[in-house]
Design a protein around this ligand. Structure first.
Ligand SMILES: *Cc1c(COP(=O)(O)O)cnc(C)c1O
Length: 434
């Protein structure tokens, strides 16, 4: 009997053949190309709730969620209606609009350390601008980041950068001037001693940038007390602390990781969820700090489409829904059930896994030891992950095509969807063992 899963992939194959002639690797963002897991990516035609459907008509339960933004699920009816209505009023003004004010109010209300915010168009833009702000304010050039943390593709930040860079095994990127990369120091995540050493060796550190919960080497939570210690160390040295909450903002709690752990950074970067699936990023902090940004202060940063009314509409509609804090309990329950189910299924099949999770972000590592930093994450069995990834696809579940990514559960992931995922995983684990 042939199942729906065995239908052809003619349309995706045809599109991919055209795409690789037109775009590097056939994609506009590297991890999408499936290089880490082998094979060829599906082209997606549509998405709805917890599922995505490819151009050959196959539907998958989706745990990528567009890499984080889709916390309400795909094609949420309220967002679609709001966008349709907003589009009739014009798609871009290049002038102030009311929605920017409302989204800024929502962010300032939610994120404890933000008093003022500047909208940009992506997470990358947010982190690049946050670093310029930190350097401009402190008059120092050096930057500390952590091995395996990804902060977008800005020059200063493509050093030991996790995610797609780790997936492709590129240590750094050609095209990043050594003179810039030299100013980026790195330390292992969850290791205070190493960070203290960096501070002993370098006096002129403008900022420490960190994913307070790492998502980009897979999900790796901070150990007890770690963020607080990083906060104290940076304050002692007059170094600004940047929490890159592009992934964790409005994901792990309405106020992000800083609310969850009660540790306040100087600058916060946001993206993903605050755009509700449209391109948005933002950076913010105290009024004092943000007053250094043009046109009030001398630090320049601008954007033709920044504060775009459609992006603001999708973001605002999403953030208003996330005022209902019971949403985070619902997501916690669903994701806990998912991860427990996956763990049990792996154990039944005799496969060793480590599943890390904070709220609705999670990663199952094919690993024998706890994953607490890049060194331990990197011990995961990528070959086994690749086989699991394809087995899950065959059983109708779409995971991120790399071991070093977080998975996301949305409000559309019902009990029934989670049950179907666990049962698919049971079959997938059985098919890859031995
Ligand atoms: C996704 C991500 C970015 C980059 O955001 P883009 O919108 O892809 O430029 C930066 N930092 C973190 C923590 C991210 O997860």
């Amino acid at each position: 009997m042939s199942s729906a899963r065995e239908t052809t992939r003619d349309r995706s194959e045809e599109l991919f053949a055209r795409a690789v002639e037109l775009m590097p690797g056939g994609v506009n963002s590297p991890v999408r190309a499936f290089r880490a897991v082998g094979g060829m990516p599906q082209f997606i035609r549509s998405a709805n709730g917890a599922t995505i459907t490819d151009v050959d008509g196959r539907t998958y339960i989706d745990y990528v969620g567009s890499w984080g933004p889709m916390i309400l699920g795909h094609a949420d009816p309220e967002i679609v209606a709001a966008l349709q209505e907003a589009a009739t009023r014009g798609t871009s003004f290049g002038a102030p609009n009311e929605l920017e004010v409302e989204l800024a109010e929502e962010i300032v209300d939610a994120v404890p350390s933000i008093e003022m915010v500047r909208m940009v168009n992506s997470g990358t833009e947010a982190t690049m601008s946050a670093i310029r702000l930190a350097r401009g304010v402190t008059g120092r050039n050096k930057l500390v980041k952590f091995e395996g943390c990804y902060h977008g593709h800005g020059d200063s930040l493509l050093v030991k950068a996790g995610s797609g860079v780790a997936t492709l095994g590129l240590p750094d990127s050609p095209g990043v001037p050594a003179s810039l990369a030299e100013n980026t120091l790195t330390a292992p995540f969850n290791d205070l001693d190493s960070l203290e050493q960096v501070f002993k060796q370098h006096a002129d550190i403008a900022a420490v940038i960190i994913e307070p919960i790492v998502g980009n080497m897979g999900c790796v939570p901070p150990q007890e007390g770690y963020l607080k210690a990083v906060r104290e160390l940076t304050s002692r040295h007059g170094t600004l602390l940047i929490f890159d909450e592009v992934m964790t903002g409005f994901r792990v709690a309405r106020g992000g990781a800083q609310q969850l752990y009660g540790v306040m950074p100087d600058i916060t970067t946001l993206g993903k969820i605050i755009g509700g699936g449209l391109p948005v990023g933002a950076y913010g902090g105290s009024r004092d700090l943000m007053d250094h940004i043009a046109p009030v202060g001398p630090i320049y940063q601008a954007g033709t489409l920044s504060g775009n009314p459609l992006s603001m509409t999708a973001g605002l509609t999403t953030l208003k829904r996330l005022r209902d804090l019971s949403i985070y309990e619902t997501l916690e329950r669903a994701t806990s059930k998912l991860c427990n189910g996956l763990s049990a299924a792996a154990e039944d099949a005799g496969i060793e896994t480590v599943i890390n999770r904070v709220g609705s972000m999670w990663t199952g590592f094919f690993n024998r030891e706890p994953v607490t930093n890049w060194t331990t994450a990197n011990k995961s069995d990528r070959k086994l992950f690749g086989r699991f990834f394809h087995a899950m696809l065959d059983h109708g579940v779409y995971l991120a095509p790399s071991q070093f990514e977080a998975g996301f559960v949305s409000l559309a992931h019902s009990d029934e969807i989670i049950d179907r995922t666990i049962s698919a995983a049971g079959k997938a684990f059985d098919s890859i063992k031995g």
